[in-house]
Design a binder for this molecule. Structure first.
Ligand SMILES: Cc1cc2nc3c(=O)[nH]c(=O)nc-3n(C[C@H](O)[C@H](O)[C@H](O)COP(=O)(O)OP(=O)(O)OC[C@H]3O[C@@H](n4cnc5c(N)ncnc54)[C@H](O)[C@@H]3O)c2cc1C
Length: 390
């Protein structure tokens, strides 16, 4: 068994099997699932707990807009990890007892761990808008799988020439812009115009992007028929209308929430240092400072000295470091450190065959941007479908 961060290799030689439990099939855990034999060869028993498929958010807006089918946007992590000798429990963790080193699952018996890794993703912050919780007409951008249901609902109305529902997207960041652009694109595929309002508290869309890019994308969405409500916050929702903080109202039969991602509640219940927005505090070696048996990666983790944005690309980069550090626990080797990159490429799918590429202060738009995004996304998914991982 692993007693601490610093366990000698002699101790390990005498050890029994180390139970490594991976919770959530996020980007970093996919990397491990594709290489799980490396942990098993070193004496670990590896179990992944995942409620169903991995949905790839990089293709989610395209799926909503009609570019991809649902099965093109998801992977079966169970097949991946079983091929390397790992196990899967199709369930959800609902509680973690650190003293007993045991996980409580929604439907299965409790599960013990020696080492635990959390790759739980994030959820959309919803509590700031009165009436928004638990309504069937409200569609948070995550979990991504629900966007497929929204597309089916909209396509039924579009194809039947039925009256079209009015839509409001809340959030003017990359996700809100992509969702709006792809909803427009879905209507365009059927030669019909969906009535879409984009509501954003910021004065410009994509506040982190260069101003010229924000201006261009705002013009583009406006020309395609979107109504832009900028410098306005949604404060209350009831079926049919969304109230804004200036007292005005937006007619909306369905609301999509892209109002920022926050950490899942589970990480706040561990009794370890965490931030409700950012996630579980981790060291550069990717474990909790106060409990080295607990690792966390991706959106649910908070690298205190160098916080990174909630983007899949960071989980992808953490995968190899997490694998190396779990191996290091089994062999007594020194851990590797994760340092998030300062710049990263971001390409938005604009739902009309064009993309918007952002790299620091540089940006470009057009068909070449979307073609590059498609190539990268397809490569990612194809590698995992082939069982090799990227
Ligand atoms: C519409 C949209 C588009 C986006 N586009 C991009 C993009 O193009 N590029 C980019 O880099 N980022 C993008 N993002 C951000 C991206 O979604 C997140 O940053 C990324 O998914 C986080 O990855 P992760 O590995 O942390 O977790 P995820 O990939 O979200 O996976 C977490 C997994 O944990 C599982 N899980 C959660 N709770 C439990 C539990 N209690 N027990 C067991 N399992 C659990 C979930 O089911 C899920 O499968 C987008 C987000 C949205 C909403």
């Amino acid at each position: 068994m692993v007693g601490s961060c610093q366990v000698s290799s002699e101790e390990h030689a005498m050890d029994e099997t180390t139970n490594i439990v991976l919770v959530g099939a996020g980007h970093a855990h996919l990397h491990l699932a594709a290489r799980v034999e490396r942990l098993i060869e070193r004496g670990a028993h590896v179990t992944l707990i995942s409620p169903g498929d991995f949905w790839y958010s990089g293709m989610a807006s395209g799926m909503l807009g009609g570019d991809y089918r649902d099965d093109e946007d998801r992977l079966d992590p169970a097949a991946l990890i079983r091929a390397g000798g790992g196990e899967v429990i199709d369930d959800r963790v609902v509680g973690i007892d650190r003293q007993a080193r045991q996980l409580r699952l929604a439907e299965s018996p409790p599960l013990a761990y020696d080492l635990l890794s959390l790759n739980l993703g994030s959820r959309v912050a919803t509590n700031a808008i009165i009436g928004i919780g638990g309504d069937a007409h409200v569609w948070p951008a995550k979990p991504v799988g629900r966007l497929w249901r929204l597309r089916q609902l909209l396509e039924t109305a579009l194809a039947e020439q039925a009256p079209l529902p009015r839509l409001a997207v809340i959030g003017g960041g990359p996700t809100g812009v992509e969702l709006t652009a792809n909803l427009l694109g879905l209507g365009e595929r059927y030669g019909r115009e969906l009535e879409i309002s984009l509501v954003s508290a910021s004065e410009r869309l994509l506040p982190e992007a260069p101003r010229s890019a924000s201006r261009w994308v705002a013009r583009r969405l406006y020309r395609r028929g979107a109504r832009l409500e900028l410098a306005a916050s949604a404060v209350a929702w009831e079926p049919g209308r969304l109230r804004l903080d200036d007292g005005s109202e937006v007619g909306a039969d369905h609301v999509l929430l892209a109002s920022g991602l926050v950490a899942p509640d589970l990480v706040g219940e561990l009794g370890l240092r965490s931030d409700a927005r950012q996630g579980l505090a981790i060291t550069p070696a990717l474990h909790a400072p106060e409990d080295p048996r607990i690792f966390a990666v991706g959106d649910c983790a908070w690298l205190e000295h160098a916080p990174y944005p909630k983007l899949g690309v960071f989980g992808v980069r953490q995968g190899p470091v997490l694998l190396a550090n779990l191996e290091a626990r089994l062999t007594g080797a020194a851990p590797r450190h994760f340092q998030p990159q300062r710049r990263y490429l971001s390409i938005l799918n604009l739902g009309d065959g064009r993309g918007l590429g952002l790299w620091g202060r540089f940006w470009w738009r057009g068909r070449s941007a979307l073609a590059l995004k498609r190539r990268l996304d397809h490569r990612f998914m194809a590698a995992y479908r082939a069982g090799t991982g990227r």
